[in-house]
Design a protein around this ligand. Sequence first.
Ligand code: NAD
Length: 516
Amino acid sequence: MSDRAAILKKLLASLGLGHYPQSLINGELIDGEGSGDGNAISGSTSSDVIELIDPYTEQLLCSYNDAGATLAHRACIAASDAQVQWYKNFSAAARGQVMQDVSRNILDKLETLATIESIVAGKPIRDSRVEVAKVAEMLAYYAGWADKLHGEVIPVPSGHLNYTVREPLGVVFQSTPWNAPIFTAGWQIAPAIAAGNGVVIKPSELTPLTTVALVKLAEEAGLVKGLVNVLCGTGPVSSVPAIEHAAVRKVVFVGSPETGKKVAITAARALKPVVLELGGKSANIEFDDANLEHACLGAQAAIFSAAGQSCVAGSRLLVQESALDAMIEMLSTGMNKISLGDPLDVATEIGPISNARQYTHVNAMLEAAALDGAQIATRNAQYESGYFVPPTVLSGLTHSAKAAQLEIFGPVVTAIPFKDEADAIALANETDFGLAGAVWTQDVGRAHRVAEAVRAGTFWINSYKAIHVSSPFGGSLSSGFGRSSGTDALMEYTAAKSVWLDSAETPRIAFGYVPS
Ligand code: NAD
């Protein structure tokens, strides 16, 4: 066992977990049963035995069995039973109180959770700490909503008393990716349970441990066992049977557009609604009247933080042509100062790419860019081990080049010049995606015009990556549909029931519509 595998084992033991991922169903940790194929793989999606590889040392951390259909069914039944208990036996205020207790328990275990995340996902410890703290914040935020989710009285013309109730859906299935595992789990679990739902969640097979730990800590803090169940395994083997299960009423998927389509098709066959939070190719637009120093720092944060493995990464840097050379030079100088290294080192700003599959993809995209004639500014550095890709700026490409159109999901930015405001807006919208974007300018009117014209669910002015659980988040086109965060997420996790009461002495009954 490697040193880091030993550290991981100790940390997991301190939370009452085994040293490899087990599904958590009805409060019980259970080994996966798999699909029956029995092939060992590394980070693949079609087998029974899944290996977790440390992206920094490239050594095996642990391996485990895919959950499989039987466990998926058990998880759905457990969530269904617990949901009734959670919604009927707890007052709304009591549900909020439990969520506050869960939030505190997460904060108490922040360091342990963050360290597990950094070892498995290769995320710098400073980022992991922030993401765990944000999970606690999300739980506290939605705890406050639990007893404020009420309907309205509608003055219908017939004189009936007509009121609405926002009801939970029942059981929701959630699927999350590997790039921000505990953050994404908390992001979706918190509004779902605040609204009174049960949950079956399947984290990425590459990073399941912190989601299991989160739910275990939630149960220790008083969450009804079985209300949230975690399936550790792959999509085809463990998600599909859950999506198809009769108890599941909605599917919330966070991941790539390619998988999102498959999930939407599986859900559609069973007539289930979906929310899709998918990828992006966000335009970060820099006008020559911007404070270029700030704009450069913003561009670095937009694409190099999290090693570019962020759905909102500012991967298309659109720069007004008069400022392009200066910006590329500033970026190139700046990226040499970014500290790459061990995710567990507090000084590290960028860790390795999170897994071998993604590392291969990023390198293939860099090769494609070179073939398309890109000028490549990067740091020449040797790494003893680890899936490292240094910050890289591509220039000299047309906007239709692969590197400017496809999601790279690595620390690679494509710099493209534009002439004027109209050109910038046209280029920004020349994409299949619609997730995020930003503009840097000192002209307030232009900032608002561009914010209005660019197709994006989130847009920043002289800023990048500012997000908060209270503000809606989501995309359009290949970036998906539906909204997470804020009150929008609560609407996604509830349905309105309309209740009509006739208080007239002689009830207004008629064949057909009741006359108003
Ligand atoms: P992915 O689509 O490969 O996997 C996401 C999830 O889907 C995983 O849990 C995986 O096990 C599961 N899955 C895989 N095949 C499946 C199938 N056939 N049926 C059902 N489930 C299946 O994505 P990824 O590589 O884990 O994550 C990176 C992607 O996620 C990027 O595109 C990124 O932009 C996106 N992302 C989006 C947001 C957002 O909020 N919009 C946030 C984070 C990441």
